[in-house]
Design a binder for this molecule. Structure first.
Ligand code: PLP
Length: 285
């Protein structure tokens, strides 16, 4: 298969899949998701992603339709059906299907999976950023399907020829990006926002912190301002689709680029870890 879509036990090429209109995703975006890369049919950091997926569902009282281990086995099975060595593995759960009432439907929850070919970049090419006020709600720690502010911010970045939009709250506290976390290097140390309700606890952010700790780079999980971002030695953007990439422009002005050695150590470490954790193991499970 060239792509794979799965819904509630059925799967096919994505374009051939149809979804019942009364799935609550259509009325309310009532669900949560998670996603990460795979290479050599090996899903990267699967335990961490699946743990976060179940935590997100739990925070919204969505009862998962299967146990964690069964989901992992299903994802591994589906990944092997795609004719692509490198993939992006996306999955979501919606509360269920039923008439449009705000209160919960009876369930059961519906599991969705989407697999598409995608190769991991090596992080050598810097990206450009814009900034925008973070107008999202106060549950950004839950990976919900309600993504309109992120969609708007991403489109604004694209229109400006940029790869991401950095979000800040009134007062100037940088939270994260539309679909990535953002951290800075300053005087040889990493600064990254704390995992409160204003940011998604990124799996790649956690790998970045562990990489810095292993490399002897001090880590400060504390909020930083837009001014600190503009003045940072390096600006690091992390996500499951891009791992770790640096930014060299913000809002049209040159930024970062003052500590390339430290960035290179981090980039190499994280890429090597990804390559090691996705070593070939054959297409069978
Ligand atoms: N922050 C937001 C808002 C995101 O949507 C994402 C990824 O989708 C991230 C951060 C990065 O998270 P991860 O590293 O787990 O992909």
């Amino acid at each position: 298969m060239q792509t794979l879509g799965y819904y509630d036990g059925h799967y096919d090429e994505i374009d051939r899949m149809t979804i019942p209109m009364n799935d609550r995703v259509h009325w309310f975006g009532d669900g949560v998701y998670d996603a990460g890369p795979a290479r050599h049919y090996q899903i990267f950091a699967l335990d961490e992603h699946v743990d976060r997926f179940y935590r997100s569902a739990d925070k919204l009282d969505i009862r998962m339709p299967m146990e964690k281990e069964d989901l992992k086995a299903l994802l591994r099975e589906m990944v092997c059906k795609l004719d692509a060595d490198s993939q992006f593995v996306y999955y979501q759960v919606t509360r269920g299907a039923g008439p449009r009432t705000h209160t919960f439907s009876e369930g059961p929850a519906k599991l969705w999976i989407m697999l598409t070919p995608q190769t991991m970049a090596d992080g050598r090419t810097p990206i450009q950023l814009i900034t925008a006020e973070d107008t999202r709600f106060f549950h950004c720690d839950i990976k919900t399907l309600n993504l309109i502010p992120s969609v708007m911010a991403s489109e604004r970045a694209k229109q400006a020829g940029c790869g991401e939009c950095v979000l800040y709250r009134p007062g100037g506290r940088v939270t994260e990006c539309a679909h990535s976390n953002v951290s800075i290097l300053q005087d040889g140390a990493l600064y990254t926002a704390p995992t409160d309700n204003l940011i998604l606890p990124g799996i790649t952010r956690a790998h970045l912190i562990r990489a810095c700790e292993t490399l002897g780079i001090p880590v400060h999980e504390e909020a930083f301002s837009l001014d600190a971002l503009y003045a940072a030695d390096e600006i690091l953007v992390t996500s499951s689709s891009k791992l770790c990439v640096r930014a060299d422009r913000i809002d049209g002005k040159t930024a970062g680029g003052r500590d390339p050695e430290t960035f290179e150590k981090i980039r190499r470490f994280m890429l090597d870890e990804f390559l090691e954790m996705t070593e070939p193991w054959g297409k069978t499970i």
